[in-house]
Design a protein around this ligand. Sequence first.
Ligand SMILES: C[S@@+](CC[C@H](N)C(=O)[O-])C[C@H]1O[C@@H](n2cnc3c(N)ncnc32)[C@H](O)[C@@H]1O
Length: 321
Amino acid sequence: MYSLDAKNTLRLKAKDLKNIFHDQLDALYGKEEVSSFFYLSIEHHLKIARIQLLLEPEFTLTKNETDVFFSILEDLKQQKPIQYILGETEFYGLTFKVNENVLIPRPETEELVDWILKSYEYRVMSSEPSNLKSSIVNRQLKILDIGTGSGCIAITLAKHLPEAKVFAVDISESALKIAQENAEANNVNIQFIKSDALNLEDEDFCPIAKDISQIQEGLFDIIVSNPPYVRKLEKQEMKLNVLDNEPHLALFVENENPLVFYNAISDFAVNNLRESGALYFEINQYLGNEMKDLLTHKGFENVELRKDLSGNDRMVKGIKK
Ligand SMILES: C[S@@+](CC[C@H](N)C(=O)[O-])C[C@H]1O[C@@H](n2cnc3c(N)ncnc32)[C@H](O)[C@@H]1O
């Protein structure tokens, strides 16, 4: 099962290490998930694809590599998310650095980004040969992501809409640091701003208000946000590995005012979206109708609620009149 090298240190074959992972983790996570953790770790640390490992069953790790895998095993036993253990994750085909200061990007957020990208492409394609096409293509789109965290939304939009000028806001300096690193690693230019989403228009409090006033009125074509939306009363539904590891600043709102961010951001959007500009939100699955009402009440048109792939109300869009 194992061999000793010249210095009498332990070296394990990858297949034996995999068995140790299964022995110690299957009861906690299930066999399939443990396999996935193991191969993700192999790919990340050894740059070896799963298929390559299957073709080389005798592949043996060095002592240092073996140590790294035992440390991963310990972290997994403590239910630390694999994305934090490896320090990165994938979102919409791009790689993002993550740590305990940022929420781990979720698949439902990829769906929100996909909605935005598809709507934009649709507008460009379907408008031909009207003036709309040339006006959109020739104008630099301005996009604002509020509560950017790892930067996954802003960076993915910037990557796929290279002509756009993208701004991103978060109140957490440590999150903004990771987001900036992710923008550089993904080769996009984003203006990151430390601001409070609940006071976006207060110039003394919030630098974005000054930035906005320097650019022309009706600044943004798209405002998007995945703000904190989990009510504290929903804590008991959440997995322990989320509760114990992910930043509560990114997750929770008070039970009595669960739409606090949506209210503030919608008000900001009313004043700072161009005519026909779009506001997109990821939302709490239990508050879909409340969100539709909120946007309609604020005067948005074509308010549309969408479900995620699991069938939960998860995103909403409104168009500024
Ligand atoms: C649900 S996370 C979303 C992160 C990322 N956009 C994503 O989709 O994975 C919410 C983000 O809002 C930020 N946030 C919390 N309170 C805020 C506030 N008052 N002003 C601005 N950002 C805030 C958190 O730091 C966190 O990064």
